[in-house]
Design a protein around this ligand. Structure first.
Ligand code: FAD
Ligand code: NAD
Length: 461
């Protein structure tokens, strides 16, 4: 039997982080994936979705050139954006990517790994063992139990990028990250899109005001949004899909289900290694270690965050924990705030607490907000929608930030840095931001905080 320092099961962002770093440090690493190198993120998630959004963005921008005194004659024809996505994926998942992992022994597309015991796994009939095993098997779409749904061919992230063409009409169940990004991409590329969701605002994990502003923009673009809606059944009628709901019945050519995820753990035979799990995922401690000390579960399969950067970060910190050999507090997962960004136009991003979370935690906070429309650069860019909203207090402690607007996904990094390093509103205000970047809005909101306090005679510095 071949013996390794580390076996990594699943070669998505989490598994690639562990195996890439460990092999470059000189450890003997085996990486296994039943499917392709890159995992969901590269093959059916982050990258194809951003690629399709980019086509949609250019079409929308071209249709609004008149805002900038330009005139493009004739209609823009949607030729083959999905084929472009697939071509880009072929390029990104090719030789260049595989070369980066040349020091890792890899078993790809040959079978799935399952545990024999806590140090040994099996792929097909061959056994491999290691001192430490990293499970990084991700998630798959959770198809909600709506009557009729399992009887029709639905779209999920796993097959939607294989469509031959942009459908004429599309119903999307779910108004979260996938639902909103794909609604805007398909709508801008020509689909008549309806979002139906049970929550009361778009991107329900985030700020309500941001979700409502995004809905306003969507409505202007022709995307219909039905919140707080119950779906009673879904049925095929005359080659069309009919979605029966508490807010009416919607007829479409395709239906996309984006109602959350479930962990991919069924093939692993976790019980053979005595690893604890529940329906959210594999149970882990602050170092992403399972109840079996020599086995870590990193990335989406532990259900803590479902984001690529978090998956890679967990891979890196868990590898460092393994190498260190003790529970060094500086490696605890909760030390590191996790930002997220949804790549619609306008983008929506958040780190730390939302207003609702701060209220629930009974924190003594107030909100400082700056609107994009107050800033010349946002106006000249033709992007006046949005705001930067900070949950703070008199001392300037930063509890959380929500940003909706142009470049929100970039602006959020500064607040992440601030929260992680206990920086305050004062520090953000005192940092010079080059003009006229959009990030000046971060400084403006901090200046607003200072002016509020000075006006009230409460400024202490
Ligand atoms: C449409 C969409 C868009 C997204 N956009 C973003 C985004 O913009 N930003 C962001 O941060 N996140 C985004 N995500 C989430 C992101 O894709 C995931 O958080 C990320 O891929 C998780 O990485 P992972 O390594 O934990 O798992 P995965 O990427 O899911 O990889 C797991 C791998 O394990 C393999 N595997 C499973 N079981 C076994 C087994 N028994 N043996 C061998 N191999 C196995 C699978 O084949 C897979 O390749 C998006 C997701 C979707 C669906
Ligand atoms: N830009 C990004 O970072 C990005 C993009 C896409 C996906 N992701 C990740 O993928 C994960 C999954 O995304 P998602 O959009 O599938 O889930 P989500 O958790 O973001 O949203 C789920 C949506 O489904 C709806 N829903 C659930 N059950 C329903 C039912 N029975 N009837 C009607 N509506 C129902 C909810 O109301 C909600 O709108 C996210 O948690 C996110 O971390 C991230």
């Amino acid at each position: 039997m071949k013996v390794y320092d580390i076996i990594v099961i699943g070669m998505g962002p989490a598994g690639m982080a562990v195996s890439g770093m460990a092999s470059n440090m000189g450890l003997k690493v085996l990486g296994i994936d039943g499917e392709k190198l890159g995992g969901e993120c590269l093959n059916t998630g982050c990258i194809p979705s951003k690629s399709l959004l980019k086509s949609a963005y250019f079409k929308d921008s071209a249709e609004h050139l008149n805002k900038f005194g330009l005139n493009l004659k004739g209609d823009i024809e949607v030729v083959n954006p999905l084929e472009i996505v697939r071509n880009q994926l072929k390029m990104l998942t090719g030789e260049g990517l595989h070369n980066k992992f040349s020091k890792v022994d890899m078993i790809l597309k040959k079978g799935y790994a399952k545990f024999i015991n806590s140090n040994t796994i099996k792929v097909n009939d061959v056994e491999y063992s290691a001192r430490t095993i990293f499970i990084a098997t991700g998630t798959k779409p959770m198809i909600v139990p709506i009557p009729g749904l399992s009887e029709i061919d639905v779209l999920t992230n796993e097959n939607m990028f294989n469509l031959d063409k942009i459908p004429n009409s599309l119903t999307i169940i779910g108004g979260g990250a996938i639902g909103t990004e794909m609604a805007q991409a398909f709508s801008r590329l020509g689909s008549d899109v309806t979002i139906v969701q049970m929550d009361d605002h778009l991107i329900p994990n985030g700020d309500e005001e941001a979700g409502k502003l995004l809905e306003k923009v969507f409505n202007k673009e022709g995307i219909k949004v039905f919140n707080s809606t119950t779906i009673n059944k879904v049925e095929m009628q005359d080659a069309k899909i009919v979605t029966f709901t508490s807010k009416g019945n919607f007829i479409s050519d395709e239906i996309l289900v984006a109602t959350g995820r479930k962990p991919v753990i069924d093939r692993l035979d976790l019980d053979s290694a005595g690893i604890k799990y529940d329906k959210k995922g594999i149970k882990v401690d602050e170092f992403n270690r399972t109840n079996i000390k020599s086995i870590y579960a990193v990335g989406d399969c532990n259900g803590v965050n479902l984001l690529s950067h978090s998956a890679m970060h967990q891979g890196m910190t868990s590898l460092m924990h393994m190498l260190k050999g003790n529970d060094d507090n500086s490696l605890k997962r909760s030390n590191f705030p996790v930002p997220w960004s949804v790549f619609t136009s306008p983008e929506v991003a958040q780190v730390g607490l939302s207003e609702k979370m701060a209220i629930n935690k009974e924190i003594d906070f107030f909100i400082v907000k700056e609107e994009y429309k107050t800033y010349a650069r946002a106006i000249t860019d033709g992007k006046p929608e949005g705001f930067v909203k900070i949950i703070t207090d008199k001392k300037g402690k930063i509890y959380g930030a929500t940003i909706i607007g142009e470049a929100a996904s970039e602006l959020i990094q500064e607040w992440t840095m601030a929260i992680q390093n206990n920086l305050t509103m004062f520090n953000i205000m005192m940092m010079q931001h080059s003009f006229p970047t959009i990030s000046i809005l971060n400084k403006s909101v901090a200046e607003k905080w200072m002016m509020m306090l000075v006006k009230n005679g409460e400024m202490e510095f």
